[in-house]
Design a protein around this ligand. Sequence first.
Ligand code: 13P
Ligand code: SF4
Length: 308
Amino acid sequence: MENNLKKEIDRLRKEKNAIILAHYYQTADIQDMADFTGDSLALAQWAAKTDADIIVLCGVHFMGETAKILCPDKKVLVPDMNAGCSLADSCRASEFGEFVSRHPGHTVISYVNTTAAVKAVTDIVVTSTNAKQIVDSFPADEKIIFGPDRNLGNYINSVTGRSMILWDGACHVHEKFSLEKILELKARYPEAEIITHPECKRPVIEVSDFVGSTAALIKYTVQSDKKQFIVATESGVIHEMRKKNPDKEFIPAPPNDSTCACNECEFMRMNTAEKLYNCLKNETPEILIDEEIRKKAILPIKRMLELS
Ligand code: 13P
Ligand code: SF4
């Protein structure tokens, strides 16, 4: 990042009492500029406790929405309003609402990667960090609907022994990791551990040494004795892994549809340092949410934060 841009961003954030929160899938320059970098659970926790007047959420739209739901009196800005999420888009609120009404008596658990309107028809929100813990907190015979990620849902069913009914959605980034290319990498680096996000498909999960959320994967690389890791999640996370483990090697797992060696979320990468600067300077684009939806959507998020 240009030094001038960095200085100007610093000046503006102090002048405006703004906090910059960045997800681990942001480019390295944005992660390094941020006041706090985290996974989606940590970003929500930070948003809930900050006393800044402005929150700039460098991530995707649903993360900005979560911050605004929790902090209605603060200005919540995102560098690029078009930074969406294919997983959140795979679950339209009207269709999800019908799905919920077709299953009366079920508790509705939604992944945080959903719109505010989907959260408004949800009983409790989870992230990949706390999904198992929250599902486990319900009695074994609880009838549960889980949405929208079918891969995370299948994984949680397998590790909890539940039979939650799953919404049929997915993240295009995590679904496209190539099992074949991962196994080729494993043959080249036999000592490497394969570490995987639970949004990946089952065959990739089955060959993995460790499966966990963004934060859990980072923690695992610190705790493991191994020196090499094949990383099957969005490659932005490798920046933090390298910072925490300068002596270890991180090999991004490749997707099946490109010659590129790593897998990036094009929505996350829409944010740039320049857009971050403009958004702080002009205080736009701003996340705004219908108050009726916000009042409903805050309940399942608060329930999650209480249990996390
Ligand atoms: P985390 O909850 O692990 O931050 O993941 C968010 C996400 O978008 C995964 O693709
Ligand atoms: Fe959404 Fe997938 Fe991008 Fe995460 S990686 S923000 S789930 S599209």
